[in-house]
Design a protein. Structure first.
Length: 115
């Protein structure tokens, strides 16, 4: 059973940075790769970024040029570097495969951006 654990969230001022981590308990080999999602206060889960198994990256328009997704394969860990954070980035952030597997959702990590 795949388990994903997100960490790195917290309170940050607008314009600040944060790096999130997602560690899997096993190697996940999925062609479409791993992705980051976020659940906003309106209870909408939205796609943020993903990295394919080949290493290609994709971003939502709202985070392009501010967020960077990466991975450390030997550690089964994925990262989301978030720069120039905005209040609208406030959300609970999750990792999952792309498209998401409903059985893989973890607890997420809360990111709160103050203005």
């Amino acid at each position: 059973q795949v388990q994903l654990v997100e960490s790195g969230g917290g309170l940050v001022q607008a314009g600040g940075s944060r790096r999130l981590s997602c560690t899997a308990n096993e190697r996940i080999a999925v062609f479409n790769g791993m992705a980051w999602y976020r659940l906003t206060s309106g209870n909408q889960r939205e796609f943020v970024a993903r990295i394919s198994d080949s290493g290609r990256t994709y971003y939502a328009d709202s985070v392009k040029d501010r967020f960077t997704v990466s991975r450390d394969n030997p550690k089964n860990t994925y990262y989301l570097q978030m720069n120039d954070l905005k209040p609208e980035d406030t959300a609970v952030y999750y990792c999952n495969i792309f498209p998401p597997n409903q059985n893989y959702w973890g607890q997420g990590t809360q990111v709160t951006v103050s203005s």
